[in-house]
Design a protein around this ligand. Structure first.
Ligand SMILES: NC(=O)c1ccc[n+]([C@@H]2O[C@H](COP(=O)([O-])OP(=O)(O)OC[C@H]3O[C@@H](n4cnc5c(N)ncnc54)[C@H](OP(=O)(O)O)[C@@H]3O)[C@@H](O)[C@H]2O)c1
Length: 381
């Protein structure tokens, strides 16, 4: 083991963000070391990663997939508890939160409570449990660093600036594959078509969330909880080229934008090495090749998930936990061909309307609202 290398625990190592994080480790072996890897059910890929990166501390959340799985080295922890134990035992300097869904919440809290800095791609914990997550970080002093490209852009625009001088934050949205479809055409969209995102190659859930624009709504929560920006001061602008990753406007009217090629490895690298900017071989941006950058207002009629996310963010209490859980259940049902594309926002809206909100003071409160929403939406399906 080389002295001074940053020790990473990667949660969700077999997914899109997890694999791209490992690419960063391959590119910077003198500066980075992997000490723990956790995944959902892909035992084969986890074993390959353990072998390549010589990792002994491994976990699979899916107990069925873990049964009979053999790892080339070390110990395999299993189940949701196993993932939390892995974080606790890792001795990591930085946890990479790249699990999909609210399943990433408990391991994230374990890391933050242990005072371990976390680089977060996994946005659902901040949607479902923003106050709980930020409290845990505040209490231990652990840092929460964004990986999501838009949130990283805002983080970079705020470097050296005062949060109190921010007038508004503009989140850019690629528009997804269906920005030009009519409401009737949207109703006919299949899972297969929705999984074909034009700009980013991502996991299945976040790809569907991007197509419905629930994902953009989730980013509103990320901005709010990571930087303390009031939801009333967060806006969304459609920007098809995905070159400007987001913007911050200050009280004097100055606007800072962060630009770059649409490549997740850049924000991943920025989070890993923060506050250093480390030289790399990643593709560079050419403005003449891009030619034009375009912007448009988001259409909240055709894409109600964005409107619902803003509404839940403004309403607070347990509404955000319900928004998140209802979305997870609805997206899963859409992927399994059980509901249509436009039923995703319909189900979320019904759950938000029917929910009897509670105050969210603990993880138990989040879990109660989450469980209610899952039961309610599953019942409707
Ligand atoms: N992909 C992107 O470009 C992108 C950009 C910004 C933000 N994000 C966010 O980053 C997160 C991950 O996205 P992704 O695209 O990388 O998703 P993904 O490709 O579906 O990967 C998800 C990862 O989480 C693992 N996993 C699932 N359930 C788990 C559990 N209960 N415990 C431990 N691991 C579990 C999966 O393991 P198995 O495959 O082994 O089941 C996989 O490694 C999401 O919250 C997404 O919104 C992604």
């Amino acid at each position: 083991m080389t002295e001074g290398r940053k020790r990473l625990a990667i949660l969700g190592s077999t997914g899109s963000i997890g694999e791209q994080t490992l690419e960063m480790v391959r590119a910077h072996p003198d500066r980075l070391e992997v000490v723990a890897l956790a995944a959902g059910g892909n035992a084969r890929r986890l074993a390959e990663q353990a072998r390549e990166f010589e990792v002994d501390l491994l976990a699979l959340a899916d107990e069925t997939a873990a049964t009979g799985a053999s790892m080339p080295r070390g110990s395999l922890l299993t189940g949701a508890e196993g993932v939390c134990d892995l974080v606790r035992d890792s001795g990591a300097d930085l946890v990479i939160g790249a699990i999909s869904g609210v399943a990433g919440l408990r391991p994230l809290l374990v890391a933050l409570e242990a005072g371990i800095d976390c680089a977060l791609a996994n946005k659902e914990p901040l949607v479902a449990a923003g106050p709980i997550v930020t409290d845990a970080a505040r209490q231990s002093g652990a840092q929460l660093l964004p990986i999501d490209s838009e949130i990283s852009a805002i983080f970079q625009c705020l470097r050296g600036e005062r949060a109190s001088e921010v007038e508004r934050v503009l989140l850019t949205a690629s528009g997804g594959p269906f920005s030009r479809l009519s409401a009737e055409e949207l109703a006919e969209v299949t899972a297969e078509r929705a999984l074909d995102h034009p700009t980013w190659k991502m996991g299945r859930k976040v790809t569907i969330d991007s197509a419905t624009r629930a994902n953009k709504g989730f980013e509103v929560f990320e901005v709010h909880w990571m930087f303390g920006v009031d939801v009333r001061h967060i806006e969304v602008v459609v920007h098809h080229q995905s070159i400007i990753h987001s913007l911050v406007q200050f009280h004097d009217g100055a606007v800072m934008a962060q630009m770059g090629p649409p490549d997740m490895r850049m924000p991943i690298q920025f989070a890993i090495f923060y506050p250093d900017r480390v030289a790399n071989e990643l593709p560079r941006m050419s403005l003449p090749e891009i030619g034009q950058l375009t912007f448009a207002e988001p259409d909240m009629q055709r894409f109600p998930c964005l409107r619902l996310a803003f509404a839940a963010a403004r309403a607070g209490r347990s509404y955000p936990s319900v928004l998140n859980a209802a979305d997870e259940v609805a997206v899963e049902a859409f992927l399994n061909g059980r509901i249509g594309f436009m039923q995703i926002p319909e189900l979320i809206e019904r759950a938000l309307e029917e929910h009897q909100a509670i105050d969210v003071d603990s993880l138990g409160d989040v879990e109660e609202a989450d469980a209610w929403a899952r039961r309610y939406v599953s019942g409707l399906i």
